[in-house]
Design a protein around this ligand. Structure first.
Ligand code: SF4
Ligand code: SF4
Length: 318
């Protein structure tokens, strides 16, 4: 049997998705036994001209991690789409926009102003900002364009599969690779490497009556490791998050942050979580409710941490 042809690419991401693949450790040798890797910028030296030289549909499966922030990311997404039979949005940034997508609360101009001018450590009296083209004696320097809006991979190209997680859990990457090798992937489009339950469904903590009169940030308390965190006043995204990670944050006595995205049937992860949180506030007095809700720091980052660009709050034009 001929070897599978795989590609890995990273766009606007932290690198954690690639590290999760490296965390396969010696099992990466099992992958190498059945697959040739045609592109993996974090691990091997490939040039874009190498990708351009691949025949169309010459890659069996491309794992694309990271959101679309720069024109370079969009160009590679389109190029890899043409070269790949199957595209996998690997990780929350590619599928939903992820942490880079929270930048959509601002635009390019205000981001440049802050980063290149206003930060206390920046000395830029002339207000020089990055340019896409810049003439030099030897010709012209170019940079990718920084887009005004962070986009998700499925907003740019058709994608067959979505593999959630920030990053995806290693045991799920292993399971997906085994499914690929054994020809067991479900019909596309589909979420793979996750379960059809919520994190709450898979959480082993003691669940009693959910009624809270105050919220607290997780680093300010040592929570009871046996009891539901939400019942202890710590915002936990478990009720609104797809399971399959092995409840890894709960195992570390930390709340679920929502990285596996919305569970099946949920239109919007943030509003589902809002509804869950609203239902446990133990008061009918509007003023008291407002005070309790005010204790939730950074509501947008809490309820839409991993999916702002794909949510109902996304920009109308992407
Ligand atoms: S809200 Fe969080 S801590 Fe509570 S049961 Fe769900 S996942 Fe577990
Ligand atoms: S518990 Fe939640 S935030 Fe933590 S890995 Fe699982 S889905 Fe992601």
């Amino acid at each position: 049997m001929s070897k599978l042809k795989l590609a890995f690419y990273w766009a606007a991401s932290c690198g954690g998705c690639d590290v999760a693949v490296l965390d396969l450790n010696e099992k990466i040798l099992d992958v190498a036994a059945v697959a040739d890797i045609l592109l993996w910028p974090i691990a091997m030296d490939f040039k874009y001209t190498d990708v351009e030289a691949i025949e169309d549909k010459g890659i069996d499966i491309c794992f694309y991690n990271g959101a679309i922030r720069f024109s370079e990311h969009e160009h590679l997404a389109a190029l890899l789409r043409a070269k790949s039979k199957v595209m996998v949005a690997f990780g929350s940034c590619a599928w939903l926009g992820g942490i880079p997508g929270l930048a959509n609360v601002a635009g390019r101009q205000s981001i440049f102003q802050l980063v290149y001018k206003d930060t206390p450590s920046t000395d830029n009296k002339e207000g020089v900002f990055p340019q896409v083209r810049w003439p030099i004696p030897a010709g012209e320097l170019t940079l990718p364009q920084f887009y005004d809006t962070v986009k998700t991979l499925p907003q740019i190209i058709p994608v067959e599969y979505y593999l959630p997680g920030c990053p995806p859990a290693v045991h799920q990457i292993e399971a997906v690779i085994a499914a690929i090798v054994e020809g067991r992937l479900p019909p596309p489009p589909a979420v793979i490497g996750a379960s059809d339950k919520t994190v709450c469904d898979e959480c082993k903590r003691l669940k009693e009556e959910k009624k809270v009169r105050s919220f607290v940030r997780p680093h300010l308390v040592v929570p009871d490791p046996e009891r539901c965190l939400l019942e202890q006043g710590i915002v936990c995204c478990g009720p609104a998050t797809r399971g399959g990670c092995g409840t890894r944050c709960l195992n570390a006595n930390l709340p679920c942050r929502g990285c596996y995205g919305p569970p099946p049937g949920a239109v919007d992860q943030g509003s589902k979580l809002l509804s869950a949180v609203a239902s446990i506030i133990d008061s009918n007095d509007p003023e008291e409710i407002a005070k309790i809700v005010d204790q939730i720091e950074d509501p947008l980052g809490t309820f839409y941490r991993f999916g702002l660009p794909s949510s109902t709050l996304r920009r109308a034009r992407v």
